[in-house]
Design a protein around this ligand. Structure first.
Ligand SMILES: Cc1cc2nc3c(=O)[nH]c(=O)nc-3n(C[C@H](O)[C@H](O)[C@H](O)COP(=O)(O)O)c2cc1C
Length: 193
């Protein structure tokens, strides 16, 4: 059984490094074979600041961009956020993308690939767990944390992770498979009720 994995790139600024990190992880995820992989780049998706009049749990969306985002996230069985750390937290783009929806995220697992200086983006990830759990998702403790991440980017702008990073990515993908399977069954049971 293949699960639909959506990798979300959280940074959107012009000289961002997020896509370079995401490309490396995407490659490992594609080799993992348990997933159909899609990359969602929040810069390309270009959601405005949350602009729906009703609470998203009602799913009474009025804007085409929300309907499209709802469809995209609803299809997913598992997610991985690729996040930098901005001022000891996660970028506002990720909070905004989360806030647009409720049910589409619920009972699905979320993994994290974070990058930064000495912290490797771990403070951003800890911070993300609050909205992620509030939305009823399962945030994985197995994560890919990349400290001083620019050391892994070569002169061709390609990220070359070392063995420890590759192992942590594969471990997270293994756990993501288990949770994707368990939570898919849970969602299906819930739908039968
Ligand atoms: C607004 C801003 C705040 C930042 N704050 C942190 C921080 O708190 N911790 C950290 O490790 N790096 C921080 N950095 C450095 C980032 O790790 C680095 O710029 C990284 O490339 C950001 O990801 P991006 O290029 O995908 O936007 C910050 C960078 C920016 C632009």
């Amino acid at each position: 059984m293949k699960y639909k994995l959506k990798i979300i790139i959280g940074s959107t600024r012009p000289t961002r490094k997020g896509p370079i990190v995401a490309r490396w992880f995407e490659e490992i995820a594609r080799q993992h074979t348990n997933f159909d992989v899609e990359v969602l780049d929040l810069k390309e998706i270009d959601l405005p600041f949350m602009d729906e009049p009703e609470h998203p749990r009602l799913q009474q969306y009025t804007h085409a961009h929300t309907k499209q985002w709802s469809k995209t996230i609803d299809e997913g069985d598992a997610f991985v956020m690729v996040t930098p750390e901005y001022n000891y937290g996660y970028p506002a783009t990720l909070k905004n993308a989360l806030d647009f929806l409720v049910k589409e995220w619920q009972e699905k697992p979320m993994g994290f690939v974070s990058y930064g200086g000495v912290s490797g983006g771990t403070r951003a990830v800890q911070d993300l767990k609050l909205p992620v759990t509030t939305l009823g998702m399962m945030p994985l403790p197995q994560a890919v944390s990349i400290p001083f991440f620019t050391q892994f980017i070569n002169d061709k702008n390609v990220f070359e992770g070392n063995e420890a990073l590759i192992n942590s990515a594969n471990l997270m993908l293994d756990k993501l498979t288990d949770w994707a399977s368990a939570l898919k069954q849970m969602r299906e049971k819930g739908n039968e009720k």
